[in-house]
Design a protein around this ligand. Structure first.
Ligand code: SF4
Ligand code: SF4
Length: 124
């Protein structure tokens, strides 16, 4: 895969062109899907899935990394901002994933993509 990114000088800084970012995201989406497809049949057999199941996010385990939204073909996951649990930390953006029940098809891809095992498949 070609990971080269064109950077243009802007105000003395080199910034990544938005088209390159979009292309990188699509490329990353393809890469993740290929990896997942390889793991999928084996892991999928152990998971609940299909039309009687829906994904569910354990909020405390979600780190807002966006991997689940990349692999979801059905636009069934949204990220939302939430305050940090600890007032000691000063981080501008703290995001969590939320599953939209109606568009979720129970395909399980998000479960396989999540790096923190924050997503479960539950009965619909
Ligand atoms: S189970 Fe499939 S359709 Fe449902 S949220 Fe996960 S990736 Fe999207
Ligand atoms: S992949 Fe997992 S940790 Fe990342 S945003 Fe989705 S639910 Fe949260």
């Amino acid at each position: 895969m070609d990971r080269s990114v064109e950077k243009k000088e802007h105000g003395g800084f080199f910034v990544t062109d938005i088209r390159d970012l979009v292309a990188r995201r699509k490329s990353e989406q393809r890469r993740i899907k290929i990896l997942l497809d390889a793991r999928r049949s084996e892991d999928q057999a152990k998971l609940k899935g299909g039309e009687d199941a829906v994904a569910w996010v354990k909020e405390e385990q979600c780190i807002g990394c966006d991997q689940c939204t990349i692999v979801c073909d059905d636009d069934a996951i949204e990220l939302y901002d939430t305050p940090l649990a600890s007032p000691i930390l000063n981080i501008e953006v703290n995001r969590k994933a939320k599953i939209l029940r109606d568009p979720c098809t129970g395909c399980q891809l998000c479960v396989l993509a999540c790096p923190t095992d924050a997503i479960l498949m539950i009965d619909r």
